[in-house]
Ligand binder design. Structure first.
Ligand code: XLS
Ligand code: NI
Ligand code: NI
Length: 444
């Protein structure tokens, strides 16, 4: 039964846009959902989503060195399905008060895993009936669902890439069920994140067989989707390591190469998480940029790492330079089609108050809204863009440049050209100038 009448954050009302309200943590200074920026309301450019796992399940702030630091009073002594429903009630109040219209989950974030596949499926059926009711009541929708193929000990050696076919088939049962419930809930994407799809030691690993297995699972999922007439967009979320030492979906370029290799490229897009990108040794927006350039940026797990900690710390994205860079890429590609900005973030273990959950999201939403405003101004004025165009101009103005690009030139022609022209002049890359101009937009 829905307990919708019960309020879990009685002291917090709907978060409003109050640009003048300095010092008030519970209002937006920059996020004005219906304000139109470059032809679209802010909420459409941003398509914010809350992740269920860090915000309503989590480990109470536990880390490898310490026990949980907080408990959520609303959980009381509840267990099983009752606890699951309570968390959903709290979550929908939270989404509504924040004005966030999408959410995401792993299968066993929202429903308890049973002793058998049948029992788990039954729990998911009960819970998704409940979620559907909530979605209808609030008009808050599912951005994506995914299967947890990493927490249960059975997956310690991988899910899709497990050496044991029995485990592979168990993973298939979860993937199929998530496809079914995602369809039932109208989810627009289905995410695959391979935390244990990789290896700890090459000594005991058949690398190529494992990648072949993963591709086969994807092919079967694509086939099932087609037969069922499902439409959710498949997304792979790259991450180079953690928990496994090496994960096969290392980064955007590696994942795209995998999809091409196995002829799956037309069926998938990418879900990019900046904290994974930095873990791969790239700067935070690198994978978002690469995915977008190849027409494969489906969705973003918006978060940020801590430069000194290095791991997937899932901090709320509060950095304006990063949000502006992300929004510049999104403006360039015309926004999201099926995806959005999902906050795959958790409050710090020291942030023990329930209100901190609101503050984390509000701060990050505002940071993205301001990033959108800055990026829109940069795009409209086109200063940085024209500097880059200028830098590559020879490829347009020199007839040989166009010929090479069109694949019509030979190596001999290039050599002749080099000889005729002699030593090229050194052209400054002007990085400092680019940084200065960018800063004028960010802080000017
Ligand atoms: C873990 C991932 C995970 C995915 C969904 O690092 O970010 O949370 O988003 O399985
Ligand atoms: Ni993620
Ligand atoms: Ni992550």
């Amino acid at each position: 039964m829905s307990e919708s009448s019960k309020e879990f954050f009685p002291d917090i009302s709907k978060i409003e846009y109050k640009p003048e309200s300095k010092g008030d943590a519970l209002s937006f200074k920059h996020y004005n959902p219906d304000e139109v920026i470059l032809g679209k309301p802010m909420k459409e450019w941003l398509k914010f989503s809350v992740c269920f796992w860090h915000t309503f399940v989590g480990g109470g702030g536990a880390d490898p060195f310490g026990s949980p630091t907080y408990i959520r009073d609303w959980e009381g002594d509840l267990e099983g399905i009752e606890l699951a429903k309570r968390r959903i009630d709290v979550a929908f109040e939270f989404f509504t008060k924040l004005g966030i219209e999408y959410y995401c989950f792993h299968d066993f974030d929202v429903a308890p895993e049973g002793e058998t596949i049948e029992e788990s499926h039954n729990n998911l059926d009960v819970i998704t009936d409940y979620l559907l009711e909530k979605q209808k009541e609030t008009n808050i929708n599912l951005l994506w669902a995914t299967q947890n193929l990493f927490s249960n000990p059975r997956y310690m050696n991988g899910g899709m890439t497990n050496p044991d076919v029995q485990v592979f088939c168990y993973a298939a049962a979860q993937i199929q069920k998530v496809m079914d419930i995602n369809h039932k809930l109208g989810g627009t994407n289905h995410v695959f994140w391979g935390g244990r799809e990789g290896y700890q030691s090459l000594l005991n690993t058949e690398f190529k067989s494992e990648c072949d297995q993963m591709a086969m699972m994807y092919k079967m999922a694509v086939d099932y989707k087609k037969r069922k007439g499902y439409t959710a967009q498949f997304l792979i979320e790259p991450k180079p390591r953690e928990p496994t030492k090496h994960q096969y979906d290392y980064d955007a370029q590696t994942t795209l190469a995998f999809l091409h290799e196995y002829d799956l490229i037309d069926h998938f897009q990418l879900n990019i998480e900046p904290n994974h990108t930095t873990l791969a040794g790239h700067e935070a927006v690198h994978d978002i940029y690469v995915a977008s350039l190849y027409g494969k940026l489906g969705s973003i797990d918006s978060n940020t790492g801590d430069i000194l900690l290095g791991w997937d710390t899932d901090n709320f994205p509060m950095d304006l330079a990063q949000s502006t860079a992300v929004m510049s890429i999104l403006l360039e590609q015309g926004g999201f089609v099926t995806g959005g900005l999902n906050f795959d973030c958790k409050v710090r273990r020291e942030s023990v108050d329930p209100v901190d959950l609101f503050i984390g999201h509000i701060g990050a939403m505002d940071n993205y809204a301001l990033g959108l405003r800055k990026a829109a101004k940069m795009k409209e004025e086109g200063v940085l863009k024209s500097m880059v165009v200028e830098r590559y101009l020879s490829w347009e103005t020199d007839p040989l440049g166009t010929k090479i690009k069109n694949g019509e030139a030979s190596l001999e022609e290039c050599v002749e050209y080099a000889k005729a022209k002699g030593e090229p002049k050194k052209t400054s890359g002007k990085q400092e100038l680019y940084e200065m101009v960018r800063n004028q937009y960010l802080y000017g």
